[in-house]
Design a protein around this ligand. Structure first.
Ligand SMILES: *Cc1c(COP(=O)(O)O)cnc(C)c1O
Length: 648
């Protein structure tokens, strides 16, 4: 077994060490763990339930020609998340003796994939789980997939006349669409459409709350928020509805204070404010029966259970308790009947079930090999050899002084700079410069081995880690598969899914396939903070090295773009099955190159035809053999039919 510089205490590396290092025992504890082979296993129905070896599963999917990069969706996890949300609300309502119910909806924008929404609708049927649409296209999805008369269909977003009329008419199909007024002028359109059609929709109002949220989505609320009615707007909307005899259809109060709320205190404030508005609306004569607390229920991406941006300082149960207790308290003290509680949790439902897997294609490192000694080496190279020797002799000392290590590193850097200057002025040959660089990195490597442990490294030596870090080339486009890591620096748990019984001896980050210098994954979870380098294993070119990005089921794939024309990856839906361990329920094939060309209005046929003509011309001029022309055309045709990612 390899002994690691990261486990300086000389103990044998175990899978428990890996679990702690990558935080798997925190962020993944319900669904993921590591087996004795050092592979991640998935137990989609929770700890103790049936499990699957993720690495073996990848092998078997590749056997079916479903190559990496690959998105595996564990529908059992999706179902479990849905069950968990309903359970915590169930527990909270019975604990507080709440005389109303909880009824959730899924915000379609979080993951619009048909299989995902269909799965949610099927699993959620006995809870009357519904959908929330934020655009006209999402409304079409929601209308066609919510066929349960008791489920809610919350209509948010900007609405034109057709959006509103469609929703009103859908009520006559036996659906329960609630048109949520988010802009002051929408009420006029609702009144007009209702008059024309001669029937009214269920109506909701989105309140602009003043409670402030921190974090990335903080600007979703407050006076400058994009959506929602201010208090004066709410009052005038109520009056307009009253004048048009529609106040009886005003049933729902909605608020949404942004996604991934890290601090439960913010949620409580918002609930109190919304509770009071709800009570006032009832007093104004509206037929109120629903309070929709929107999304915002966060995911503990780093498992730290803190209010840092990648975490939450509350559990699902804390959240449900606060929603139920706060609203109950508010209604009770005002003698108002408690509402049915609605939530639009997207992230909290859809994050966990999907795992993105990609392979590493290669690694680039600085060379730390010590170059063989030559006769008459120049002074700079001699100096560096001496520095290396002095580092090695420090290692023999009974107690190691960090000051000495620091001094040695400063020397090494100075000599390396000297080498560069000498080269520029023509006093050093290329081969000598190469030796100087190699020796500098060898010094760095020797020093790293002597550093106490990764957390207590003195500032001056911090650079050493990144100097020696490797760039791991990932068969992936982050713009396609993990856009939020780039756009808003979001953190997701990322780790190898195998070799976890082996100490990771390297540090590195990932560079993706795009030609964009932003196309990299270099921010990783670290106990409530972040780090720029991840502990990884030495890459062996002949063996697979498969990395998983976890908790990315919400927003990532659906917001991804075709940057550099990397298309959708393969995606599979897996269900645990008692007879055969697992079954592959759906396969969504990756985009082919023809697909992505067509998306940009190119015609694959035309592309081929142009190249065929060019090759005929080259044949005529004697520049290309007929057999080579045929090979070229075969490559082009095959390429168009294949995925946009690299193949083994
Ligand atoms: C985006 C959005 C949601 C989902 O938010 P999550 O934080 O993912 O739960 C819910 N409601 C509205 C109105 C939204 O815009």
């Amino acid at each position: 077994m390899t002994k690691s510089k990261l486990s300086p205490n000389n103990h044998q590396w175990t899978v428990e060490d890996s679990s702690a290092l990558y935080g798997l025992n925190c962020w993944g504890k319900r669904y993921f763990s590591i087996n004795d082979q050092g592979h991640i296993i998935v137990h989609p129905k929770g700890k103790g339930g049936e499990s699957l070896d993720l690495f073996d599963l990848v092998g078997e999917l590749e056997g079916r020609n479903l190559m990496l990069p690959l998105l595996i969706r564990f529908d059992d996890i999706l179902e479990d998340r849905l069950r968990r949300i309903h359970e915590v609300f169930q527990k909270a309502t019975s604990h507080y003796g709440y005389e109303g119910q909880y009824q959730g909806v899924f915000p379609v924008k979080c993951n619009q994939q048909r299989h995902v929404i269909e799965e949610l609708m099927a699993c959620g049927r006995h809870w009357n789980f519904g959908l929330e649409a934020g655009s006209k296209a999402e409304l079409l999805i929601a209308l066609s997939l919510v066929d349960n008369a008791k489920a809610l269909l919350i209509c948010n977003g900007y609405k034109d006349q057709r959006y509103i009329e469609t929703a009103i008419l859908a009520r006559q199909l036996g659906r329960q669409p609630v048109i949520v007024i988010e802009q002051p002028d929408e009420v006029e359109r609702i009144i007009k459409a209702s008059k024309e059609i001669g029937s009214a929709p269920l109506i909701g109002i989105r309140a602009k709350l003043s409670s402030q949220s921190a974090g990335h989505w903080g600007s979703s609320i407050g006076a400058k928020a994009k959506f929602g009615l201010s208090i004066p707007d709410i009052l005038s909307t109520v009056e307009k509805l009253r004048e048009s005899n529609l106040l009886n259809e005003l049933r729902l109060l909605h608020f949404h204070i942004g996604s991934q709320i890290n601090d439960i205190g913010i949620i409580k404030n918002a609930l109190q404010e919304a509770g009071q508005i709800y009570v006032e609306l009832t007093r104004l004569g509206a037929n109120m029966s629903y309070l929709d607390v929107g999304g915002g229920l966060g995911v503990d991406y780093d498992g730290s259970r803190t209010s840092s941006t990648a975490s939450t300082n509350y559990s699902l149960q804390n959240y449900a308790n606060d929603v139920v207790a706060t609203i109950q308290e508010c209604c009770k003290s005002n003698k108002v009947k408690v509402p049915t509680l609605v939530s639009e949790s997207g992230r909290a439902i859809a994050s966990h079930f999907s795992v993105l897997l990609f392979n590493v294609l290669g690694v680039s490192n600085v060379t730390t090999e010590i170059p063989p000694k030559k006769e008459n080496e120049c002074l700079i190279v001699q100096n560096l050899r001496e520095t290396l020797q002095s580092i090695n002799s420090i290692s023999q000392e009974p107690s190691i002084e960090t000051a000495k290590l620091q001094e040695a590193w400063t020397d090494a850097i100075k000599f390396k700079d000297d080498a560069l200057n000498a080269f520029r002025l023509g006093y050093l040959e290329l081969a000598e410069r190469a030796m100087a660089e190699q020796l500098t990195w060898a010094c760095a490597k020797a020093l790293m081995k002597l550093l106490p442990d990764d957390l207590s490294i003195p500032n001056e030596l911090k650079g050493l880690r990144s100097t020696l870090a490797g760039t791991y080339y990932a068969n992936l486009s982050i713009f396609r598969s993990a856009p939020d890591t780039w756009a808003i620096s979001q953190l997701f748990p990322v780790m190898p899914i195998h070799r976890l019984d082996e100490a990771p001896t390297e540090l590195g980050h990932f560079a993706d396939l795009t030609c964009d210098s932003d196309g990299k994954l270099n921010k990783f979870i670290h106990k409530g903070e972040k780090k720029s380098l991840l502990e990884l294993h030495q890459f062996k070119p002949e063996a697979p090295y498969v990395i998983g990005m976890f908790l990315g089921g919400a927003y990532q794939e659906v917001m991804g773009s075709l940057h550099n024309l990397f298309g959708r990856t393969n995606a599979v839906h897996i269900r645990i099955s008692p007879e055969s361990n697992y079954q592959v329920d759906h396969v969504v094939r990756s985009d082919t190159k023809a697909d992505v060309l067509k998306a940009m209005e190119h015609n694959p046929e035309q592309v081929l035809e142009r190249l065929r003509i060019a090759s005929e011309t080259a044949i005529k001029l004697g520049k290309l053999k007929i057999s080579d022309a045929r090979k070229l055309m075969e490559h082009l045709e095959a390429s168009l039919r294949q995925s946009t990612y690299l193949q083994k």
